[in-house]
Design a binder for this molecule. Structure first.
Ligand code: SF4
Ligand code: SF4
Length: 168
């Protein structure tokens, strides 16, 4: 399979295939969840290693990233700055301190499509797009939302259409 990784090509395809993708979403919803998970995980293992996230960074331009207090502590250590300063500058905290998010989209730490804290990036960043996780058919809204932005999701979904003979 030939992968497409140009972000402008993928964004344009997402516009052109909007109706097709809504139909594919409905089709996937009607399939056996475990079968779809097996296919997604197989394609994730094949496709994801071929795509270089360190030269893309597109999710960092659109995701809201939740972080934990421990991650803030580690980040402060990594940046060699007081934790209070890191909280003030980079983090928005919910009223009861139960929720913390990076307070900017695109993310503060993205420079020239690269994460400047890559080794210390947050769990949510590491997990995205999460194709290894079960119950893919329960995440179709999010997957289709990111289809036009994330080359991994785009290529996995396009290959799924082929493998499932969707529209054939
Ligand atoms: S911390 Fe790094 S990987 Fe996570 S959103 Fe920011 S730039 Fe992207
Ligand atoms: S997860 Fe997707 S959008 Fe994010 S850097 Fe990797 S390929 Fe790009």
């Amino acid at each position: 399979m030939k992968l497409i990784t140009q972000l402008d090509t993928i964004a344009l395809a997402a516009q052109e295939k909007e109706a097709e993708n809504q139909a594919f979403r409905a089709f996937l919803s009607s399939q056996e969840s475990a079968d779809i998970d097996a296919l997604v995980q197989e394609l994730d293992a094949t496709i994801t290693p071929q795509i270089d996230c360190t030269t893309c960074g597109n999710c960092c331009r659109s995701l809201m990233i939740n972080v934990t207090p421990d991650e803030v502590t580690r980040l402060a250590g990594h940046l060699n700055r007081p934790e209070a300063d890191v909280l003030e500058e980079y983090i928005e905290t919910g009223s009861n301190n139960s929720m913390m998010v990076i307070n900017a989209i695109p993310c503060h730490f993205l420079k020239n499509s690269c994460c400047t804290i890559y080794e210390q990036r947050f769990a949510e960043c590491r997990e995205f797009p999460g194709l290894h996780q079960p119950q893919f058919t329960r995440r179709l809204f999010a997957m289709l939302m990111h289809y036009g932005r994330c080359p991994i999701i785009y290529n996995v979904l396009e290959e799924m259409k082929v493998r499932l003979a969707f529209g054939a």
